[in-house]
Design a protein around this ligand. Structure first.
Ligand SMILES: [Zn+2]
Length: 139
């Protein structure tokens, strides 16, 4: 019994760590879904495997973690040890991000980046509005 319980706790922890299922992404997806948007998740066919791909709106949404993608906010704190390693790693992420965004834009896609620290009800409403507003009807 005790062992089963700890296994459950472990798998719960694991599910929180898995990068594809971080909470902010889930919140953004479920909100958009509630608004009636149809989208694909982590579509490998697009540069950077966007978290949310809305083909009808030619819009890709990235929900970025503040640490991994170096957001200019209090959540981003460079680790004090192995700083060289982390600098390289994070800067590499940032460089790749911008390459992916550029590629998507050159394919005629709109790129929207949402930071995990910004995911709020108000922000989600703005996101849904801006997806609709900038849609010109030409898919
Ligand atoms: Zn942030």
């Amino acid at each position: 019994m005790a062992d089963n319980h700890s296994k459950e706790v472990r798998s719960y922890n694991m599910s929180r760590i898995r990068s594809n299922n971080t909470k902010p992404e889930v919140r953004v997806r479920s909100y958009l879904h509630k608004c009636g948007f149809r989208f694909r998740k982590n579509d490998k066919r697009y540069p950077g495997k966007p978290d949310i791909v809305l083909p009808k709106y030619k819009t890709a949404v990235f929900v970025n973690g503040c640490f991994w993608h170096k957001h200019n906010c209090p959540r981003f704190v460079m680790p004090k040890s192995n700083t060289d390693y982390w600098n390289k790693k994070i800067d590499g992420n940032v460089k790749r991000d911008s390459e992916h965004y550029q590629k998507l834009k050159s394919m005629g896609w709109r790129v929207i980046v949402i930071w995990e620290c910004e995911v709020s009800d108000e922000q989600l409403k703005k996101l849904a509005d801006s997806i609709r507003r900038d849609y010109n009807g030409i898919a």
